[in-house]
Design a protein around this ligand. Structure first.
Ligand code: CUA
Length: 340
């Protein structure tokens, strides 16, 4: 009786886990859904996943079915002779070696072809650079001299070729609706092809454990129309506006100059030397809509929470608690909100 109850409890717990694991599937705007491809490269993976999934399902049903049938039909009963043994049957041995080998080969060919296709960029692809930091993603546009963070803006319908590396430890760039996962390796370069069919926002996540705030290392790809992309590039090349003297924004810029310039650059206010510890470039801070490496959406409340104690919001954060006063936070907020 107790054993039965235990078994039922175990079954229920397993079922709950499975259901929880599936909970994102089928919800239209679930942010990390690799079963909802929105571009040619994720579709390439999807087109491989489903046939393999159904072949595996068929094999599972056949094998488990055979096991269950054998267990029932050939079960031990009083007075029943031992069933006929088939050990050493060459025909059967060859058959069940050849069939799996054929199945594996037919899966391997498209898989290897897909891997090769997904790891080399097209010649006309638009080049960007992705650099991993604990715990945020930096993006550079080498043709334009743009340096930004967290939200990668790309033109919809065009292939983007990201050359990726890391400043510190292994990271992994994963935008499930646009492509599979790819490592960012310190001292090495890896390539990632990204393309979105339609304008939209595609959420992502660092997919390799990289320290305390790994799970809070988020990313976003924002695909825009060609016209919007041209306008965005032009806006990003503009320096930040200078606040008028005596305004709260000017007071905020002074706080920035006093407290933030060891790590953060705002063009044309300051430049962080290349060798120094680098935080995200804040010249167009408000364009991103996210703070704390994509963990928190922008709001005054979230910014105040972040500025008042970064490691408390994001464990291990290299942005230290500067013990800013509420007056300093308000001034900084006023200034940062002008950085569009
Ligand atoms: Cu970066 Cu996990």
């Amino acid at each position: 009786m107790a054993q039965n109850r235990l078994r039922r409890l175990f079954l229920l717990a397993t079922l709950a886990l499975v259901v929880a694991g599936c909970s994102v599937i089928g919800i239209p705007d679930s942010p990390l859904n690799s079963l909802d491809p929105q571009g040619p490269f994720s579709r390439r993976i999807d087109a491989l996943f489903w046939p393999v999934f159904w072949v595996a399902t068929a094999i599972f049903v056949l094998v488990e079915g055979a096991v269950v049938i054998a267990a029932i039909v050939f079960r031990d009963r009083p007075g029943r002779p031992e069933p006929r043994q088939i050990h050493g049957n060459n025909k059967l041995e060859i058959l069940w070696t050849v069939i799996p080998a054929l199945i594996l080969a037919s899966v391997a060919v498209p898989t290897v072809r897909g891997v090769i296709e997904l790891t080399s960029c097209g010649v006309d692809a638009y080049p960007v650079e992705i650099i991993g930091h604990q715990w945020w993603f930096e993006y550079r546009y080498p043709e334009e001299g743009i340096d930004t963070a967290t939200v990668l803006v790309i033109p919809a319908g065009r292939e983007v070729c990201a050359t990726m590396t890391s400043e510190d430890v292994l990271h992994n760039y994963w935008i499930p609706q646009l492509n599979g996962k790819r490592y960012l390796v310190p001292g090495q370069e890896t390539l990632l092809r990204l393309q979105a069919d339609e304008p939209g926002e595609y959420r992502g996540q660092c997919a390799e454990f990289c320290g305390l705030s790994h799970s809070l290392m988020r990313a976003e790809v924002r695909a825009v129309t060609e016209e919007e992309f041209t306008a965005w590039i032009a806006a990003q090349k503009e320096p930040a506006a200078e606040p008028a003297a005596g305004t709260p924004e000017a007071a905020g810029r002074d706080v920035f100059l006093n407290r933030c310039t060891q790590c953060h650059t705002i063009d044309p206010v300051n430049v962080v030397v290349e060798e120094a510890f680098n935080g995200p470039n804040l010249t167009h801070f408000m364009d991103r809509g996210w703070i704390a490496g994509g963990y928190l959406p922008y709001s005054r409340e979230n910014l105040a929470r972040w500025l008042s104690n970064p490691p408390d919001t994001k464990p291990g954060s290299y942005m230290p608690d500067l013990a800013l006063t509420q007056v300093e936070i308000d001034a900084l907020t006023a200034y940062l909100e002008t950085l569009r």
